[in-house]
Design a protein around this ligand. Structure first.
Ligand code: PBG
Length: 326
């Protein structure tokens, strides 16, 4: 005997592809993506990063063809990380006029003025010890690191960077950079702060790509404890008070609750950084044939937007743009 139950028929709105299309709440588009790039000294270099198949360290002569591909795909913004030849205790390579990121920025802006260049503002790729500031008494000295970061930001703006993205997690880095940019006449250049950046094992492959592994200790005295949620809002609020125009939450995948918290509480564009380890995991599984890469990547990027991200920094930007354009 068949009983008659009362229930809702949710499947009505999933009955066909067109039906699903018209009720979809979140959509991905190429404009959402920021593509990270690693630039290094030398010529004719295109080194694949061993832990990040499909991601390369590029010498400056490779940039023009890379930019042609990126702009053809409709990507509007790149994020630059420098891999310098020489490092020292202060990270001088980060703020010299002909530093690797400054030179890359000039080349890109000359040939592709419409493309947004976002400069990562940190010292860890440039310091001999691999930490994000200057070392005193075996720890990163907060206040003594600020002037170096501010100098880095100004030199990046002078080279033509459209957005300054400080990632080193010193307290006060936003106000220090804002102040120096303003004094140098760059009051129109926005700051995209890595406001909420956790001390995460998901950065492992990036440190291969950028050669920025700390030579001693870890980053736990400046990056956040993954166990903390309320602290994320304190970080986000203080960066806004200091003058940040965008906030980054990093990593993304394991931190979508934080993306949503920041989105709900603070009214500026929120960026999710889909970091290197998140890329490496998907690549490893898909190279083994264990997952459908295309579906997995589009699903997780959509989830980041659903969580509240307005933009996504991702090493999958080119692949995702190709798939969306198909
Ligand atoms: C620099 C910086 C890091 C990343 C972005 N900027 C590394 C770190 O903090 O160790 C990681 C990005 C990624 O994993 O994709 N401080």
């Amino acid at each position: 005997m068949i009983e008659k139950y009362e229930f809702k028929r949710h499947r009505r709105l999933r009955s066909s592809s067109a039906m699903r299309d018209i009720v979809r709440e979140t959509t991905l588009q190429t404009d959402d993506f920021i593509y990270p790039l690693f630039v290094l000294e030398g010529e004719h270099i295109k080194n694949e990063v061993s832990s990040m198949p499909g991601v390369y360290q590029l010498s400056l002569d490779q940039l023009t063809s890379e930019m042609a591909e990126i702009t053809d795909l409709g990507i509007k913004a790149v994020m630059l990380f420098g891999v310098p030849d020489e490092k020292d205790a202060q990270g001088t390579g980060a703020f010299i006029q002909d530093g690797i990121v400054q030179r890359a920025t000039r080349i890109i802006k000359e040939k592709y003025p419409e493309l947004l260049v976002i400069a990562d503002t940190c010292l860890c790729e440039y310091t001999s010890h691999g930490h994000c500031g200057v070392i005193e008494n075996e720890d990163v000295h907060n206040d003594h690191s600020l002037p170096l970061l501010a100098k880095t930001a100004v030199s990046q703006a002078e080279a033509g960077a459209d957005i300054i993205a400080p990632s080193n997690m010193m307290d006060g880095f936003v106000v220090a950079i804002r102040d120096s940019l303003d004094q140098a006449g760059f009051e129109h250049i926005p700051i995209m702060s890595y406001a909420v950046k956790y001390a995460s094992a998901f950065y492992g492959p990036f440190r291969d790509a950028a050669d920025s592994t700390p030579q001693f200790g870890d980053r736990k005295t400046y990056q956040m404890d993954p166990a903390n949620r309320l602290e994320a809002l304190r970080e986000a609020e203080s960066d806004i008070e200091e003058g940040a125009d965008f906030l980054i939450v990093k990593p993304a995948l394991a931190y979508l609750d934080i993306v949503r918290d920041v989105k709900n509480n603070i009214n500026v564009p929120v960026v999710a950084y889909n970091v290197s380890g998140e890329y490496a995991m998907v690549k490893a599984a898909s190279l083994n044939g264990w997952v459908n890469e295309r579906e997995l990547v589009l699903e997780k990027l959509t989830a980041m937007k659903r969580a509240g991200a307005d933009m996504i920094m991702t090493y999958f930007a080119k692949d995702a743009a190709k798939w969306l354009n198909e």
